[in-house]
Ligand binder design. Structure first.
Ligand code: MG
Length: 335
């Protein structure tokens, strides 16, 4: 035994495709010709030999067809020298669903970013992920500000002017952005990352709908209809947006409507809290059968990410976008 590789990581407790399933082993020092033995934890006489290939320093294991569900010690083998890499738990599935990643309030838990900041959108775009979510409130002078809570540092956005709100400073030193600021960043970006705009529930349905209209108008002004999606807890706001832009993607957040009700209203998806989807597991298939997308929020640990992909979530809204990307890649290579 010798230490040939270091910083070894790999996903565990994940399914792999039943035939041709794959698992990546990340680390420093993998070399061409490296082999891995998978020693069954329950039965040390059962050793499986996946096919190994090296791709940009990452070792890709392709599972042998006779592999069974279980826990395996992974042992690197190179020229007769061995190194234990760790234990992986794998289950075999005939087919795997894959997913898309949405950074909740942008990619903010990284240096230089704050929730709902310009930086958090730019960093989400830089990850190349499907989407970056933000929350918007309408000021008294009709400007959409980006912030999660109704107020920031004692200033209530919907009863304040935009100039007051723009003078507020986020944790990363930026001023509070307007939705227009974010749309400009989106417009200037080369990729295809979408901005998921949550219309917050204002003090009245009338004001919530005003905010929705302001958002749709601004998105049209920038010609970004195909780069934006809308979400809201307000059913009225969701259905109103569909009347303003029939091609808009709109998903309902509140979790109190069945997929059939959401479909009947002409919305394009459900975007429900994980507890709601766990309580109604049939809603994944029901939504898919109706042609609705399924988004789940807010994922903050590995098990939830794995569970929700396994259940069939098309979109994961998460505070852990970098980790979620890694899981998405695992499911992608097991298609
Ligand atoms: Mg939100």
């Amino acid at each position: 035994y010798a230490n040939m590789v270091s910083n070894v990581t790999f996903l565990t407790n994940v399914p792999v495709k039943k035939e041709g399933g794959r698992l990546e082993i990340f680390g420093d020092g993998f070399a061409e010709g490296d082999r891995v033995e998978m020693i069954a934890s329950q039965d040390h006489n059962s050793i499986y030999y996946p096919t190994c290939s090296l791709d940009n320093g990452t070792l890709m294991l392709t599972m042998p067809d006779n592999l069974v569900d279980g826990s395996y010690l992974l042992v690197l083998s190179r020229d007769g020298v061995k190194q234990e890499l760790g234990t992986v738990n794998l289950s075999l599935k005939a087919s795997l669903h894959t997913t898309n990643v949405i950074a909740h309030r942008g990619y903010w838990n990284t240096p230089g970013a704050s929730q709902n900041s310009r930086a958090s959108l730019q960093k989400a775009i830089d990850l190349g992920i499907y989407g970056s979510e933000c929350d918007v409130w309408l000021t008294t002078d009709g400007v959409l500000m980006v912030n999660h809570d109704p107020s920031f540092s004692g200033t209530t956005i919907q009863t304040s002017t935009s100039s007051t709100c723009k003078a507020l400073t986020l944790g990363n030193g930026e001023s509070m952005p307007t939705l227009e600021d974010l749309l400009k960043i989106l417009k200037a970006s080369a990729g295809n990352t979408k901005l998921i705009i949550e219309i917050k529930s204002h003090s009245s349905t009338t004001n919530t709908k005003k905010a929705a209209k302001a958002a749709v108008d601004l998105v049209k002004k920038y010609g970004l209809q195909d780069r934006v999606e809308y979400i809201a807890f307000s059913w009225d706001a969701c259905t109103y947006i569909m009347t303003l832009d029939a091609t808009a993607k709109v998903a309902y957040l509140n979790g109190d409507k069945t997929p059939q009700e959401v479909k009947n209203a002409g919305l394009t998806g459900i975007d429900y809290e994980i507890a709601k989807m766990t309580a109604n597991p049939g809603w994944f298939d029901a939504a898919h059968n109706l042609g609705l997308g399924v988004n789940v929020w807010t994922l903050r640990n590995y098990n939830d990410i794995i569970d929700m992909i396994n259940c069939g979530a098309d979109y994961l809204t998460t505070d852990m976008p970098v980790d979620a990307i890694r899981y998405k890649r695992h499911y992608d290579i097991n298609q």
